[in-house]
Design a protein around this ligand. Structure first.
Ligand code: UD1
Ligand code: MG
Length: 450
């Protein structure tokens, strides 16, 4: 079959007043990614020939977030049909299929978008295909009015609907597919004679029907087309997406002991036989190899963990941490921008930043890499098999050679040669009987006063 071109128009000009935010609505994040980024990711799977994002005036941050896709500016918010018209300049002469999506409806799946395009290309050649849904509470959604043959006859906005029309449970989810060859004329003839004096995109259905063109509906699960207008709806969408991501992680062979308290990002990758304890948070950019155990209450972001490692409980792995195979990172250990090589251990209360820890090295409890002097960050390099005694401060830049031992409580400021022992602390002094004499003197003083 010849390639039929596809264009996608994403509407994102809405101010999002109800978010009460300085950030444009579509840049609010769900599972670590801006809402409009989710829509773009779904759209990308269709490999479209054109994508246009319609933004409001001054929404440079949205333009930057969607680049390299172009944006068209809708100068005044005059309704959804007017918003699509803003994209016309960038689509001039386009005659393939056009999908219109909303930037604030981030959960739509590639499958649903494909179904929409397929329905548009069916034999009856509908001018418009509308995505419908049957939510538990149809509320103020536009209602889809079907004819006796099951074809779509018109969409009525809630404010303009009669009692009888409001009783219809099939609602407009907002997404539509158009035949590009007919779209420009259809949307061009939408007027604004309605309750809100807006140019409603939904009017195209009635306009197409009056011209004798077919229109159709594809139904989607309501959970896929929840729109975000408020922070509460943002949280609702987050919850739905978390559910989806957790299920995908489990389907891929990871155990989530308590899925409900495991927070994932869209790009979290968990290997096979990974076990994640309750209360773990995966920020953006986390990749976990096979057979890794992540014990409860860990916070991870921008980190790669290789197979067989054991992390936590209560570990914090920050961007740039690379945890090698079979490494142990224990409780209250923070790692940032550091490579921990195979089999190394840092089991308790440690900060490792801007460092390399060689294979099988052992980092004692309370060890700190002092990487920052208030102006610059410096590196600590710890060799393979080195042993760092508890409560040591390694003042970077500093090198600890392979197999070296650092005595507990040391403040290390100079290179420690391979296989050397470094002890950098006050040496111990002993005063025999001193404590006993001290106690007796104090007791005598107390007795004299009484
Ligand atoms: C719209 C539909 C309604 C449907 C509902 C689903 C119309 C007329 N109504 O109503 O049938 O049930 O979505 O959620 O289409 N936008 C612009 N410029 C504008 C107006 C809107 O870019 O001038 C964008 C918004 O940013 C948003 C989307 O279009 O992403 C939808 O606009 P919104 O005002 O939320 O439409 P609804 O009233 O919810
Ligand atoms: Mg809306």
């Amino acid at each position: 079959m010849a390639h039929r071109p596809l264009a996608c128009v994403i509407l994102a000009a809405g101010k999002g007043t109800r978010m009460k935010s300085d950030l444009p609505k579509v840049l609010h994040r769900v599972a670590g990614r801006p809402m409009v980024g989710h829509v773009l990711a779904a759209v990308k799977t269709l490999d479209p020939d054109h994508v246009v994002v319609v933004v409001g005036p001054g929404m440079d941050s949205v333009a930057a977030a969607v680049a390299p896709y172009p944006t068209a500016v809708q100068h005044e918010q005059r309704g959804t049909a007017d918003a699509v018209r803003a994209a016309f300049g960038l689509l001039e002469g386009f005659t393939g299929d056009v999908i219109v999506l909303y930037g604030d409806t981030p959960l739509v799946t590639p499958d649903t978008l494909r179904a929409l395009v397929q329905a548009r290309r069916q034999a009856s050649d509908p001018a418009v295909v509308v995505l419908g849904m049957r939510p538990d509470d149809p509320g103020a959604y536009g209602r889809l009015i079907l004819n006796a043959r099951g074809g779509l006859e018109k969409i009525v906005e809630y404010l303009d609907a009669s009692e009888e029309e409001r009783a219809v449970t099939l609602c407009n989810a907002g997404l539509m597919a158009f035949d590009g060859a007919r779209m420009f004329d259809l949307i061009g003839s939408v007027g604004n004679d309605n309750a809100k004096s807006e140019y409603y995109l939904t009017d195209v259905v009635q306009i197409a029907r009056r011209a004798g063109m077919a229109c159709a509906v594809v139904e989607a699960a309501p959970a896929e087309v929840v729109g975000v207008n408020s922070r509460a709806e943002l949280a609702e969408v987050e919850k739905l997406l978390q559910r989806r991501l957790r299920k995908a992680a489990m389907d891929n062979g990871a155990t989530l002991i308590d899925p409900d308290s495991t927070f994932l990002s869209v790009d979290t990758r968990l290997g096979r036989d990974v076990v994640v304890g309750p209360g773990c948070f995966f920020g953006a950019g986390v990749t976990v190899g096979d057979r890794v155990e992540i014990k409860p209450y860990c916070h991870l972001e921008g980190v790669r963990i290789d197979s067989g490692a054991v992390i936590g409980p209560y570990a914090r792995l920050r961007p740039g941490a690379e945890i090698g195979p079979d490494v142990h990172i224990g409780n209250f250990v923070e790692v940032k921008n550091a490579v921990i090589e195979a089999g190394a251990k840092a089991n308790h209360l440690t900060y490792i930043g801007d460092a390399r820890v060689g294979a099988k090295a052992n980092i004692g409890a309370g060890t700190i890499t002092c990487n920052y002097d208030g102006f610059t960050k410096s590196r600590t390099d710890i060799g393979a098999g080195a042993f760092i005694g508890s409560n040591s401060a390694l003042v970077a830049p500093v090198v600890i050679g392979d197999g070296a031992i650092v005595g507990a409580g040391s403040v290390v400021t100079m290179t420690v040669e391979a296989d050397a022992l470094a002890v950098a602390r006050g040496s111990q002094k002993l005063y025999a009987g001193w404590a006993k004499r001290f106690r007796e003197r104090k007791q005598n003083e107390k007795a004299k006063k009484a």
